[in-house]
Design a protein around this ligand. Structure first.
Ligand code: URA
Length: 280
């Protein structure tokens, strides 16, 4: 009598469908029955393995404390816009035109595109981030990468559209290797941001992460301590309320309920301030 393997081969050679042959053979061996019976019983539930904590995010490259001494900005006024001209630009378009060729700090020569900022020129809610990343450098628009997608979702959750807000950064050119801007780079660019704020005249600003907190507000305490606490920035003759919160890139790296809830509370507080009835 042929053994099981012999039968299997004979069936294959007999032009039956190979899977059918395999199944028939298993049944003959009594294995299929065992599988069915076993499957009818509830599957044992393995105890949950203890969760391995996610590795701590890699620290971001620390920038040099000041711009490399080797960098000498060109003398050309188009490459180093006069601060007096910047401070008196009468519209965002004029400001953009004045500063778009800026090479005042070492970030300028390395950029693909200058990332001025965008949104409603009269937005009541303004976001200030740190500086362009790779996607922003390629497109010339702020917050268009993964962090930007999250920012858009958060704005949507507030019942607003991105285009109803104004979005800008402390520095307008991408720092290499995704590092933080140096203090010198931030200072070279800060006049541009301050004029942007003066022209937009937002009712409230939300700063994203530690860089705008430090450079725009002069607050050196960590973002974890300061987030959620109202601050102010004096721009021109106005004192604008500022709500510091975590940077969306940090939220993506630390995607915990606590971090997300904190950002949500900060944004809701900013929106509530923006929507408050005018004082009588
Ligand atoms: N991170 C920022 O701070 N700004 C951007 O525009 C994009 C990412």
């Amino acid at each position: 009598m042929p053994d099981a393997e012999g039968k299997f081969r004979a069936r294959l050679e007999g032009m039956e469908h190979p899977l059918q042959a395999w199944r028939d053979t298993l049944e003959e061996l009594g294995v299929m029955g065992l599988i069915r019976e076993a499957a009818a019983e509830p599957l044992p539930v393995a105890p949950l393995a203890p969760r391995i904590p996610a590795p701590a995010p890699l620290p971001r490259p620390v920038p040099p404390r000041s711009a490399p001494a080797a960098y000498t900005p060109p003398a050309d006024p188009a490459a180093c816009p006069n601060p007096a001209v910047v401070a008196t630009a009468t519209s965002l378009a004029e400001l953009h035109q004045t500063i778009a060729g800026c090479l005042a700090c070492p970030l300028g020569p390395g950029r693909m595109k200058f990332v001025f900022g965008e949104g409603d020129p009269h937005a009541r809610l303004m976001f200030v981030g740190e500086g362009p990343g790779r996607d922003e450098d390629l497109q010339g628009r702020p917050f268009v990468g993964k962090a930007g997608e999250l920012l858009d979702k958060m704005i949507g959750a507030l019942g607003m559209k991105r285009e109803e807000t104004y979005i800008a950064n402390v520095v307008k050119c991408r720092p290499p290797d995704n590092r933080l801007p140096t203090a010198d780079e931030a200072h070279a660019c800060l006049g541009y941001l301050r004029r942007q704020i003066e022209l937009v005249q937002p009712a409230v600003i939300v700063t994203l992460g530690a860089t705008p907190l430090r450079e725009l507000l002069g607050v050196s305490e960590g973002i974890t301590r300061v987030r959620g606490q109202w601050r102010h920035v004096k721009v021109g003759d106005r004192d604008i309320p500022v709500m510091p919160t975590f940077h969306p890139a940090y939220v993506l790296r630390q995607y915990t309920q606590d971090v997300r809830r904190a950002v949500w509370e900060d944004l809701r507080a900013a929106k509530a301030w923006m929507d408050r009835p005018p004082e009588s």
